[in-house]
Design a binder for this molecule. Structure first.
Ligand code: F6R
Length: 596
């Protein structure tokens, strides 16, 4: 979702901001803009609907400036137009502002304070900048006006603000939406994700909700909501600039799918003790053992990982687990057990729906763990414990390596929680890692399926039972979100209870068969849809495969999802490439969903 890059100090300001915005493209956006201010107080505003490349062409790169703010907008209030693109300015042009988030009470504020102001866009953001100008015109200093507005607005925000009358000061604030300060030599930046400016600096300072920051080229002042100065040291972001490069791969998604075997191995190593056993912080284990029920909360792909995680934990550790969508849980809490323990799963660690649920959990003073790819992310900071996914940055909007890393870490957690079982999880996971490599090497077989029809259809179905059904849900999400083929997942046994009515001549039905107990039942269900015209495809474990199936190497039965999903990810990728669509940046989607 929206991305912010602001810069103050020595450097090529437009270049730094545009390069930073380009690295935030993965978050999803539909327009972009940039404001530059010279030392003499001359301001320049550029905005374009569409891609950063369009903005790049519009910007005059020779302008002299020492401060600037840039933004990529993912439309919420008002469509994706040039007028609605950020930065937004007050009518006099004195204040210029970028915003990520949603201001829930913007219409009330407009009516109360701005009935006489001529607003130019349909956005909630313009209200913020117009209000700052309004209070400044009433005699407040810029800082006082900004602070007053922060007290008035409700919702979520990350804001960068420039006052034309003070080109040596960049203001920033955040609540619920992500924003960091990057600290450099002779410059400072504000940025939604350290990844965007990691080539400039690896030193970052967290901003906490409700704080107000005044940033100069050589100084960062943080004030809490009472106006008290806060001292906070910078941390070193553990990111490698080369992780952000797609190298020789045509798409980030392909690179990230190919990295999955290595990510599984990395997790084996990072959670293994010297003795070769998996180990997890004792305090976390003690808290989980005190719980009578685990509640996994997540969204999208991470939710699908949670569903598989429930099975692995219940099977191995014998602890009951419930899995809920964060967006549902935040407002309609189920009846909780006596001693609940919460597990948040989030690749980004910034998802607003999950964060909202965590706020509720914290209000109830209940213990929680976040399983995330991003150290220092909001969910990680605000929960009691964190387990990292060690997947490296995931740039493609469609999550792949984060999902397999989530399953790996959940399997490791289940292994450590289990009293005893008769296999070595480390060994089984290393078999999984090898199996992923083999699936990846066989991808041309899946391309032939694409040519057999998946490049042309509008609807498709994934079916499976038990763990295969749970993977089918993720497989269907992957196919629909990037290829735009309307794909649904069904528990095979449910087909006859209604959904078989959807089968028409040529409808693709892809079955996942890795479970020995239900393999024959799913085969029978496939015959039923075939008899009604469906074109069937099967992804099956070696021991259950038949001629024509895509064969998966045999792995431990509880770990089959980490392997079978790779074939489904590849199928989604290949179908999308065949349809000539943008694999890494599918329409309407954002990588980090920072609004509820
Ligand atoms: C789909 C996808 C999304 C995310 C969801 C949660 O490919 O990436 O469904 O899984 O938006 O995001 P995180 O895991 O960052 O909380």
């Amino acid at each position: 979702m929206c991305g912010i890059v602001g810069f103050i100090g020595e450097g090529n300001v437009p270049r730094v901001i545009l390069d930073g915005l380009a690295k935030l493209e993965y978050r999803g956006y539909d327009s972009a803009g940039l404001y530059l201010l010279s030392q003499q107080g001359q301001g320049y505003l550029f905005k374009e609907k569409g891609r950063i490349a369009d903005l790049e062409k519009a910007v005059n790169h020779t302008l002299d400036s020492g401060i600037g703010i840039g933004h990529t907008r993912w439309a919420t209030h008002g469509s994706a137009t040039r007028e609605n693109a950020h930065p937004h300015q007050s009518n006099s042009g004195r204040y210029t502002l970028v915003h990520n988030g949603v201001i829930e009470n913007y219409l009330d504020l407009k009516t109360t304070y701005l009935s006489q102001v001529d607003l130019k866009s349909e956005t909630d953001t313009e209200i913020i900048v117009a209000l700052i100008a309004h209070f400044s015109e009433q005699g407040l200093s810029t800082k006082e006006a900004f602070k007053k507005v922060l007290d008035l607005i409700e919702g979520s925000y990350a804001i960068g603000l420039i006052d034309q009358e003070d080109p040596e000061l960049l203001y920033a604030a955040k609540k619920k939406s992500p924003l960091l300060v990057g600290v450099g030599e002779g410059f400072n930046v504000i940025v939604s994700d350290a990844m965007a400016t990691i080539e400039l600096t690896s030193k970052y300072i967290e901003i906490h909700d409700g704080e107000l920051l005044m940033i100069r080229s050589d100084q960062v002042t943080i004030e809490d909501s009472t106006g008290k100065t806060v001292q906070r040291s910078a941390y070193i972001a553990d990111l490698d600039a080369s992780d952000l490069d797609k190298g020789t791969y045509p798409h980030y998604m392909l690179k990230e799918m190919d990295e999955q075997a290595a990510v599984v191995r990395k997790n084996i190593l990072s959670y293994q003790s010297q003795a070769g056993e998996f180990e997890i912080e004792a305090e976390l284990l003690a808290k989980i053992h005190q719980a009578d029920r685990l509640y996994i909360l997540a969204c999208g792909t991470s939710y699908h990982a949670g569903l598989v995680g429930k099975v692995i934990i219940e099977e191995l550790a014998k602890i009951p687990v419930e899995v809920h969508l964060s967006s549902e849980f935040a407002y309609h809490q189920p009846l909780l057990s006596q001693h609940p323990f919460f597990i948040f799963i989030s690749q980004s660690g910034e998802t607003a729906d999950s964060r909202q649920a965590l706020v509720k959990v914290n209000e109830l003073n209940l213990p929680s763990l976040t399983i995330t790819n991003v150290k220092g992310s909001t969910l990680s900071r605000e929960s009691d414990f964190t387990l990292l996914l060690n997947a490296g940055p995931e740039i493609a909007v469609a999550s792949t390596k984060a999902y397999t890393a989530q399953l790996t870490v959940l399997a490791i957690l289940a292994d450590v929680l289990a009293e005893n079982h008769d296999f070595s999880m480390a060994h089984e996971l290393s078999m999984v890692s090898q199996a992923i490599e083999r699936v990846f090497a066989q991808k041309e077989e899946l391309n032939s399926w694409v040519q057999m029809g998946l490049n042309e259809v509008s609807h498709a179905f994934y079916v499976g039972r038990y763990l295969d059904y749970l993977v089918a849900m993720e497989a269907a999400l992957k196919l629909k979100e990037i290829s735009y083929i309307h794909t649904e997942a069904f528990a095979s046994g449910e087909l006859k209870h209604g959904t078989i009515a959807l089968i028409e001549e040529g409808t693709p039905v892809i079955a996942l068969i890795t479970d020995e107990v239900t393999a024959l039942n799913t085969r029978s269900n496939l015959e039923e849809v075939k008899a009604r015209g469906a074109k069937t495809f099967v992804i099956a474990s070696d021991s259950l495969a038949k001629e024509g199936d895509f064969t998966l190497p045999q792995v431990h039965p509880l770990l089959t999802p980490i392997v079978s999903v790779v074939a489904c990810q590849l199928l989604a990728y290949l179908a999308t490439v065949a349809r000539g669509l943008d694999v890494d940046k599918p329409r309407n989607l954002a990588k980090s969903v920072t609004v509820e």
